[in-house]
Design a protein around this ligand. Structure first.
Ligand SMILES: [Zn+2]
Length: 499
């Protein structure tokens, strides 16, 4: 009869590794458990919990010295999720399993009485098991909902050590359920969200383009002009991601202790609004045990920085690389890792320290020196990353028809880009020819308009990316003159928008 193998898993960075748990007995020091294989402090405490839990579950604790090996030995094991696997491997020394050659992937923290408690960071742990081909997973009942997203696996919810021990050693019945797979997602109507915002048709159209193509978007305008409302509306109208992207987001949420729900929201990235008083590590990630920051939490979603010039210059500067590379490298002591951060940045700024520069109804009292110092707060290389940089003025007294971004068109544009493999806002310069498809007439229009408007080379690239998204929103294969004309019309106003 071949022995069973018992596995748990341990997280490092954003990924987990399978851990094989094996117990042996021999020598003196009755009842002592010696854990080997680089257990971290929280894993090491398992000794006390496991001994009490076994006794309180009606099983006999072996009267020998116990050694439990957690392999592979070169990876530090963090967390309390190994308790249940350790307990089961120890029980296997005295009791023979009714199963032969089976692989048990078990996660769970034990209380002294033998109850199984929920495990943190469950998503990456189970993802590792699925990746390694485990088809049966035993885990705390409280964690089941979070991982019902995984299809083709059988989940056994466990509430106590006795329950799983009775199953393995006595052949008692244990109910399992099959993973449901992610729930489907349907187009939503977001009209009401946009109708709340008076006027601002140009900014709403820019918001639609930003959402559709993942273009970083900066709104510059006086206080109370509706910039924040537009950003928040964008947060409510995020387009859905692909399944792989959604799984990445779920993984990050689980690592950060946020609930992962298998509902309609599963496919959507997060909208993270960050206050300017936030520290560098809170925004970028880091800390003692390398935690993802807000830029990683808004992976495939929106990162909203209200009043960008109020952030520490160092923090604003640090954003440049993640905006460009879509990942950030973090290191601390012996740990180092890359965290993904493919976010769309939505930022707002006042045009000057008092906020009224360029507004006909108000008087700006800022001195030229103050104005220049204020505008230097967003450095050129960061400004350069914003494809859309738009002035937002107070709405006109006379109301015109209100523009409403179309969720249907945004979702369709996203799908088109998914097939190309990247969002237009993230298109590398060397792949511009893949997205910028147009004829001779359009080319002439583009070149002469760019010359008349004194566009820089970077400016031209931004226009092409925006025009591509406008064409994708319209469901058209080639960029036409009206698409280019609209992209030029949304081009940042040099005087009010810093660059
Ligand atoms: Zn002013």
């Amino acid at each position: 009869m071949t022995a069973n193998k018992i596995y748990s898993a341990s997280v490092s960075g954003l990924e987990a590794t399978l851990v094989e748990v094996e117990a042996d007995q021999g020598g003196g020091e009755f009842g002592r458990i010696s854990l080997v294989g680089l257990p971290g402090p929280s894993t090491n405490e398992a000794q006390e919990r496991v001994r009490s839990a076994i006794k309180n579950s009606g099983y006999v604790f072996p009267r020998r010295k116990i050694t439990v090996n957690l392999a592979p030995a070169d990876i530090r094991k963090q967390g309390s999720q190994h308790d249940l696997a350790i307990a089961l491997s120890i029980l296997g020394l005295k009791n023979s399993s009714v199963f032969s050659g089976r692989h048990f992937f078990i996660l769970g923290e034990l209380s002294l009485s033998g109850e199984v408690k929920a495990v943190k960071k469950i998503f990456p742990l189970v993802a590792a098991a699925v990746r390694e081909g485990c088809t049966e997973i035993f885990l705390p009942a409280e964690n089941v909902e979070e991982i019902s997203i995984f299809k083709k696996i059988k989940i056994f919810p466990i509430t106590s050590l006795k329950q799983i021990a009775d199953y393995v050693f006595k052949g008692c019945f244990l109910a399992g359920q099959v993973g449901l797979g992610p729930s489907s997602v349907e187009t939503q109507d977001h009209e009401a969200v946009w109708q709340k915002i008076r006027g601002q048709n140009r900014a709403k159209r820019a918001a639609e383009i930003s959402l559709a193509g993942g273009h970083h978007f900066l709104m510059v305008g006086p206080p109370g002009s509706g910039k924040t409302m537009i950003a928040q509306a964008m947060g409510q109208c995020l387009p859905p991601n692909s399944l792989n992207q959604a799984l990445e987001i779920a993984n990050i949420k689980s690592i950060c202790g946020l609930p992962v729900k298998n509902d309609g929201d599963f496919f959507f990235g997060l909208f993270r609004a960050v206050h300017h008083s936030s520290s560098g590590p809170a925004l970028l990630g880091g800390g003692k045990s390398l935690r993802p920051g807000e830029i990683t939490l808004s992976h495939h979603g929106l990162l909203f920085l209200d009043e960008l010039p109020q952030f520490a210059t160092q923090t604003i500067n640090a954003l440049r690389q993640p905006m460009e590379k879509e990942s950030i490298f973090l290191a601390h002591a012996e740990e180092s890792c890359f965290f993904p951060c493919s976010f769309t940045l939505i930022a707002t700024a006042n045009p000057c320290p008092c906020g009224f520069w360029g507004e006909s109804q108000h008087v700006c009292r800022c001195r030229p020196k103050q104005l220049a110092a204020y505008r230097r707060k967003i450095p050129g290389p960061v400004l350069d990353r914003f494809d859309l940089c738009l002035p937002v003025h107070y709405p006109e007294k006379i109301q015109t028809a209100s523009y409403c971004p179309s969720a249907k068109n945004i979702w369709r544009a996203r799908k088109t880009q998914e097939k190309r493999g990247f969002l237009n806002g993230r298109c590398p310069d060397n792949l511009l020819s893949v997205i910028a498809l147009f004829g001779e007439k359009e080319k002439d229009f583009f070149l002469s308009a760019a010359e008349n408007l004194h566009c820089s080379e970077r400016g031209k690239i931004k226009i092409l990316k925006i025009a591509r998204t406008i064409a994708d929103l319209a469901g058209e294969k080639e960029i036409s003159v009206p698409h280019l004309a609209e992209a030029f019309s949304l081009r940042s106003d040099d005087t009010i928008c810093y660059n």
